[in-house]
Design a protein around this ligand. Structure first.
Ligand SMILES: [Fe+2]
Length: 251
């Protein structure tokens, strides 16, 4: 099959942020959609996909144990469907009152080398931001700040961004945000952050086939965006499970 997007290579082989992990006993359509999303990633040459369910106090069913259990079930379904993408699991930890205890108990599901995905509050900077980031780092975790383009108090505060980087944080863009899913102000913020070379990592943030279609239409057909993304030295390869064999593409 001809790949219509081959001219739009971003040279990334690992998807690190998406919400496709089915719950046990869920509607089969959800699992079918998750498998289709993996088939789309496989088509684009992605070799490793991390599913990153939300962990937050308002979603008590997403625990360390339940996520790992769901991942095992899903890995079997992926194998049964002969999908070659390697499915891995991490989690997206919301910065709420429960996070401190999870850090204390070292109960976080991470990427390789203890990298952990952190979602900050949307509109108001938490008073204890520095304290929790320091606690994470002291415990040996390497925080990744998810989608700063969404966060009103962060996306234009270059000093805060520099301070977080100085503490060891990495920054990750969600392509679904750049595709306009949450409005033009988010798109402009993402463009500015890309130009400022803020991002270290890229993910889709996708929940569905439809969101991947939107990313295709709005980003992969846009030469300026492709150039901006290619101009960033994303480090996703450090999470790849196929380091030795692939030099592949992301979309
Ligand atoms: Fe997310």
């Amino acid at each position: 099959m001809t790949n219509p997007f081959s001219r739009n290579k971003i040279n990334i082989d690992t998807e690190m942020h998406c919400h496709i992990l089915p719950t046990v006993g869920c509607d089969p359509e959800f699992t079918n959609q998750a498998l289709d999303v993996l088939r789309i990633f496989q088509y684009y040459g992605v070799n490793t996909v991390y599913a990153t369910p939300h962990v937050r106090l308002t979603r008590p069913s997403n625990t360390y144990e339940s996520i790992l259990e769901r991942a095992e079930v899903f890995k079997k379904q992926v194998a049964e469907n002969k999908i070659k993408v390697k499915i891995e699991v991490a989690a997206e930890y919301y910065f709420d009152e429960g996070l401190s205890d999870l850090i204390d108990n070292e109960n976080l599901i991470t990427y390789p080398e203890s990298h952990v995905l952190i979602e900050l509050p949307l509109r108001i900077k938490p008073d204890n931001l520095d304290e929790i980031i320091k606690k994470l780092c002291t415990k040996g975790y390497k925080p990744i700040i998810a989608h700063p383009e969404l966060h009103h108090y962060l996306r234009y505060d270059w000093k805060m961004i520099a301070d977080l980087k100085g503490q060891g944080c990495l920054f990750q863009i969600n392509l679904i945000n750049m595709a306009g899913y949450f409005g033009d102000d988010v798109v402009v913020a993402a463009e500015n952050l890309l130009r400022a070379k803020t991002y270290d990592l890229v993910g889709t943030g996708a929940h569905s086939r439809e969101q991947l279609r939107l990313i295709n239409e709005q980003i992969l057909q846009n030469r300026d965006y492709i150039a901006l993304l290619r101009n960033t030295k994303f480090k996703n390869k450090m999470f790849s499970k196929e380091k030795a064999t692939f030099s592949s593409i992301f979309f």
